[in-house]
Write a protein that binds this ligand. Structure first.
Ligand code: SF4
Length: 731
């Protein structure tokens, strides 16, 4: 039996918001002279609202109510969105279930999208009034939005919890704001899903699950960062000059001068001849057409062997001060142009005679780029910009919205808190969770990121302080272009290591940095500080979820750390089996342990499936040892016995249960080992100490003595690493 719905009492008169200025009621500021969206408009354009984040797409700033096909429900949608944007309006403030805080424009846009979808879906179901909507409509709509169907209506997948929440939320919103609607309204007694919240209906994980963004593995991050750093440091400065040249060429020859038009009657023989003479005199090749235009000429009937086929005649004309080259002139000008071509040839317009730079793989020097057509030059500048964005994001951990807020001139003056110790900072803006307009903040970065920010400014057209450094960029797409360039002939010519085909997002870079930071002593706190997580940690720690994300991050870091330690120990065990030994002081203890493991795996005692058994057994034997491994900058620390830890003895903290890596004296501690992987660090240390020694003056005797002792020690460690690796005996 169908219940008879009570007649809906719609108020007489129009909407309480009729004629209202949306921005004024929503507290949004528009520059003077900008058209202000009114409630009665079908399109609310918020494009110029002051303080909107740069990352907010233009499409999201325009609210198009004509998407709602029914005119009555269009008014409902307008009233709903207006009420969400202006909760203090006297008509909204009276509603008991209305939100009290205005929603962000981005949220309002998403709500409008879902409301349009729901209202149009209702119309498609034959529903003509919101009063007819019952629980079964709500359930059916949720099912409709929850599942992905194929062309036969069979369920083939499920959408995200976020989609489900939006679907449930729009129905709940229509009920919560129902009293306000003047054109149509839902039955106030409707209680879909027993009054549950949209989050509960959607079964949202509510942030209790693991972070879903996977960190980047080393085999992706390493070549990606190496290529980005090489591009910003070695290629970037040349790309900035190239960008300037392209801009100047565009201004000079890119378009017709005002009032200029192509002459078609008489060939400008004098001007063209003068120009050709100049080319011949200076030995400068004539401009070359890009391949796609050559193809167009061939399609238009040019002979493949025509010597002028690849000559950029229009560019030539503009260089001579004429707006456009008419093909009729060829009858008269072909001879002189062909003569010039045979003498100086044709060549791409940009990056002729490129400077030499060192290849990324150290295999000699090459021109930083071959000659380029205009579009190739613009693309190369774009690749350099992406490299700069990747470096900044990877080493700072900025979110996409924060990266896009960086401005030209964001590099703050260098600070030198201690002599010789520079602090590099970028001025930026936090957006997420901040009021409209964001909050100014600073990012402490390392030098390559600071230089990358400077380069990104130079790569902009006509950079001026305050302009956005990158603006709104789709990093994921740009990254693909960047990777294709590195993996293509251009990157290979420069000796860059190919980057595996795997999507890299700014989120993944941020997450990778978080885990990398959190590995270090006190790193969880450092990660939270660097990634501006302090407010979130405070909320979680002191309010509803003590230890929430911190504990999860820490647990995840510990898990990564254990796996990494096991992998390192496994490598060292294989080295031991291959006769590559660690060097002392703690080498003997480690090799005894490896010998013990080897003994246990006596092939005579192994069952038939030997390899599988060995791997499993080695893993279980190594796991315990891996748990005491700590990574020093230039050594491994096997922290098995605190009473033997030299760092703790030096710090007078015999009761400590963790090594003090910052005070590590690995050349003397019995728990330290040196391996071939530490050789580069010691070699560099030896070199730099030697350089410092060479710079000391006669009076600096104490310093000389100290450095000499350090140098001798580093040389000793190096020698022992080499001896142990070569002799097959632990030193
Ligand atoms: S001195 Fe170095 S190797 Fe020795 S316990 Fe401390 S951190 Fe570990």
């Amino acid at each position: 039996m169908t219940a008879v719905l009570p007649a809906l009492a719609l108020p007489a008169g129009g909407s309480p918001f009729a004629g209202a200025d949306v921005c004024r009621h929503a507290g949004l500021t528009l520059p003077p002279g900008t058209r202000r969206p009114g409630f009665d408009d079908d399109l609310w354009d918020f494009t110029d609202v002051t303080g909107l984040p740069a990352s907010m797409p233009l499409a999201v700033r325009r609210f198009d109510f004509t998407l709602v096909t029914s005119p009555r429900w269009r008014t409902v949608a307008k009233e709903l969105i207006f009420a969400m944007l202006a909760p203090r309006h006297e008509a909204v403030a009276l509603l008991p279930r209305a939100a009290r805080i205005p929603v962000h424009l981005r949220t309002a846009y998403a709500r409008l999208g879902e409301a349009s979808r729901f209202l149009n879906w209702l119309a498609g179901q034959g529903v003509s009034s919101l009063g007819e909507v019952g629980s079964h409509h709500c359930e059916t709509y949720l099912f409709h939005r929850r599942h992905v169907l194929d062309e036969h209506g069979t369920v083939v997948g499920e959408r995200s919890p976020g989609t489900r929440r939006r679907a449930a939320q729009v129905i709940i919103d229509l009920l919560n704001y129902g009293e306000l609607f003047t054109a149509d309204r839902p039955d106030p007694s409707l209680r879909p899903w027993g009054g549950a919240t949209a989050t509960a209906v959607a079964e949202m994980p509510s942030g209790r699950g693991m972070n879903k963004t996977p960190p980047l593995s080393d085999d992706i991050l390493r070549p990606m960062l190496a290529a980005a750093l090489y591009l910003t440091a070695a290629v970037g400065p040349h790309a900035a000059i190239l960008n300037q040249q392209v801009r100047e060429a565009d201004q000079q020859w890119g378009r017709s001068a005002p009032g200029e038009f192509a002459r078609t009657s008489r060939a400008p023989a004098a001007e063209i001849t003068r120009l050709l003479d100049r080319h011949r005199h200076d030995g400068v090749p004539l401009p070359m057409l890009p391949g796609y235009l050559v193809t167009e000429r061939l399609a238009a009937g040019w002979a493949p062997g025509d010597p002028l086929l690849a000559v950029g005649l229009n560019t030539l004309a503009r260089q001579a001060g004429i707006s456009q080259f008419s093909l009729q002139w060829l009858t008269e000008l072909r001879g002189p142009i062909e003569a010039a071509v045979s003498e100086v040839g044709v060549q791409e317009m940009f990056a002729r005679d490129a400077a030499l730079i060192g290849r990324a793989d150290g295999q000699g020097q090459v021109p930083w780029t071959p000659p380029l057509h205009r579009l190739q030059a613009v693309a190369l500048v774009g690749v350099a910009r992406t490299a700069a964005a990747a470096v900044i994001a990877a080493v700072s951990g900025m979110r996409a919205c924060e990266l896009m807020e960086l401005q030209v001139g964001c590099r703050l003056p260098l600070e030198e808190p201690l002599p010789g110790l520079a602090r590099y900072r970028l001025a930026g803006k936090l957006v997420k969770g901040q009021p409209l307009g964001g909050t100014r903040d600073e990012w402490v970065v390392i030098e390559p990121a600071y230089q990358a920010a400077g380069l990104a400014g130079q790569l902009r057209d006509a950079p001026a302080d305050g302009d956005l450094l990158f603006g709104r960029i789709a990093f994921n797409i740009r990254y693909k272009w960047f990777r294709n360039w590195v993996n293509g002939p251009s990157g290979q010519r420069l000796g860059l290591e190919p980057i595996p085909d795997y999507p890299v997002s700014l989120r993944a870079l941020r997450r990778t940095l978080a885990i990398e930071l959190a590995y270090r002593p006190g790193g969880v706190l450092a990660a939270k500080f660097q990634l501006k997580h302090i407010a979130a940690a405070t909320t979680e720690g002191y309010a509803s979820r003590p230890g929430g994300a911190q504990a999860e991050l820490l647990a995840e870091v510990n898990q990564h750390e254990s796996e990494r330690n096991l992998a390192l120990l496994w490598d060292e065990f294989r080295n031991y089996q291959n006769g590559i030994m660690p060097a002392r002081p703690g080498a003997r203890e480690l090799t005894d342990f490896f010998a013990h493991v080897d003994e246990k795996l006596d092939p005579a005692e192994a069952p038939a499936a030997k390899v599988q058994r060995n791997d499993r057994e080695i893993r279980s034997l190594l796991t315990k040892r891996a748990s005491v491994l700590h990574l020093g900058t230039a050594n491994y620390c096997w922290f098995t016995d605190p009473s033997r830890a030299l760092c703790l003895r030096l710090a007078g903290d015999q009761a400590g249960d963790k090594p003090l890596i910052g005070m590590c004296d690995s050349a003397r501690c019995p728990q330290a080992t040196h391996h071939p992987c530490h050789r580069p660090v010691w070699a560099e240390h030896t070199e730099s100490t030697k350089t410092f020694l060479g710079q000391l003056g006669r009076p600096q005797k104490t310093e000389r003595k100290r450095l000499e002792a350090e140098y001798d020690r580093a040389v000793r460690v190096l020698a022992r690493i080499d001896e142990a690796a070569a002799s097959g005996e632990a030193e």
